[in-house]
Design a protein around this ligand. Structure first.
Ligand code: SOE
Length: 374
């Protein structure tokens, strides 16, 4: 059974959601965004409804699922309203601006029957599931160390622009935007939870140039001569204590040459494993007492990994496929399917790490995560 779905926010990521939903045959019935000529033509050609605002979409009795693809500052208000209206909610990450916002949403979600998810896209790759299965089976022994990075270069120049650059001093940018994926991925594959965070942030450009016109994420835009202050980090180093394993993560949006370079390596007492988002069909295993191995996507992957591959080995599947896998599992869960996607609880835990990172940067000391902020 499919559920009629509305996408709120139709920028880079809202369009990516639309592509996935359409490909999955899930009926997108409407969109909420500023009505431009281009958007009006888009919805008219597809028979979609263009809502004037998100409240109108959420109060529409014909809508069952909301995909919240708005900027971070709107996540809490829209997600909370959706839950209160009894709509299933698939939210973009980070779930909120701070852990207070995410705790409130997680609390609300727990009291409700609606399904809730946060778009931690990288849970959607088959080799990520294979890595999780290998760790669960004990192939790598006890996990003691996690090393990872998420590096991009789309904000390398002071003339590069994104709405994300306007975050205020209490927020983070690179850590919330992409570091949050790394935190979720580490939790997902190891099953371990973060306990404390030590962070060091660096803002390479404390002043940047406003764009001359409309800008799209990842695209080079023409800059104006007008500047604005930037309060958030371009790059960060994070030391996270996951209890029995320590983690060392690097995050940057000004790392020349790195496009969407998410990498994780997990070290156990018997072996190690590494996975790289830009080579998603391979998982490399390292051992001391047997030859190292590269596992490539095949129908011999763990049973839990197989539902995440739709094309046979040798037919590469990438980012849009992983995202559609996450969206598919969420929509299947509405009719009783399994829930390997990240929920609002996972979104809240990532937010606790982000908030602890901000506090650590300010205090220059490690910050403990509270047992439960909910
Ligand atoms: C921009 O950094 C961005 O689009 C993130 O917002 C996404 O979460 C990530 O998957 C790709 O990069």
């Amino acid at each position: 059974m499919t559920h009629s779905t509305v996408i709120i926010g139709f920028g880079f990521i809202g369009k990516a959601h639309y592509d996935c939903l359409t490909r999955l045959g899930i009926p997108v019935t409407g969109i909420v965004d500023q009505p431009t000529e281009q958007l009006e033509a888009f919805v008219a050609a597809r028979g979609l409804r263009l809502y004037s605002d998100w409240q109108e979409a959420i109060s529409d009795p014909d809508v069952q699922v909301i995909h919240n693809c708005t900027p971070n500052a709107l996540h809490q208000v829209i997600n909370s309203a959706a839950i209160e209206a009894g709509k299933h909610i698939f939210s973009e990450k980070p779930l909120g601006i701070d852990a207070q916002e995410t705790a409130q949403q997680w609390r609300l979600a727990q009291r409700s029957a609606v399904k809730h998810a946060v778009n931690f896209t990288y849970r959607g790759y088959p080799l990520v599931h294979e890595l999780r299965a290998l760790i669960q089976q004990g192939t790598l022994g006890d996990i003691r160390f996690i090393k990872g990075h998420y590096l991009q270069d789309w904000l390398l120049f002071p003339t590069d622009y994104s709405w994300r650059l306007h975050a205020n001093r209490e927020e983070t940018r690179a850590v919330a935007d992409i570091g949050s994926h790394l935190v979720d991925l580490a939790r997902f594959v190891t099953g371990l939870n973060p306990r404390s965070v030590y962070a060091s942030f660096e803002t390479v450009y404390e002043e940047r140039y406003l764009p001359a016109g409309q800008v799209k994420a990842f695209e080079v835009s023409e800059a104006s001569s007008e500047t604005y202050p930037v309060f958030t980090e371009d790059q960060a180093s994070l030391l996270i204590d996951f209890g029995t394993a320590k983690a060392n993560f690097e995050v940057s949006q000004v790392a020349a040459g790195h496009k969407n370079d998410l990498f994780i390596e997990v070290f156990g007492t018997r072996g190690s494993a590494r996975w790289h988002q830009e080579r998603p069909e391979e998982l490399q295993l390292g051992f001391r007492d047997q030859p190292n191995q590269t596992i490539v996507k095949s129908n011999l992957l763990a049973p839990t990994a197989q539902p995440f591959m739709h094309y046979p080995a040798g037919h590469p599947e990438g980012y849009p496929d992983a995202m559609s896998n996450v969206i598919r599992t969420f929509h299947e869960s509405l009719s009783g399917g399994a829930s390997p996607f990240a929920t609002f609880e996972d979104g809240h835990i990532a937010a606790q790490v982000i908030e602890a990172a901000v506090q650590s940067q300010q205090s220059k000391a490690a910050v403990e995560l509270s047992e439960s902020a909910v």
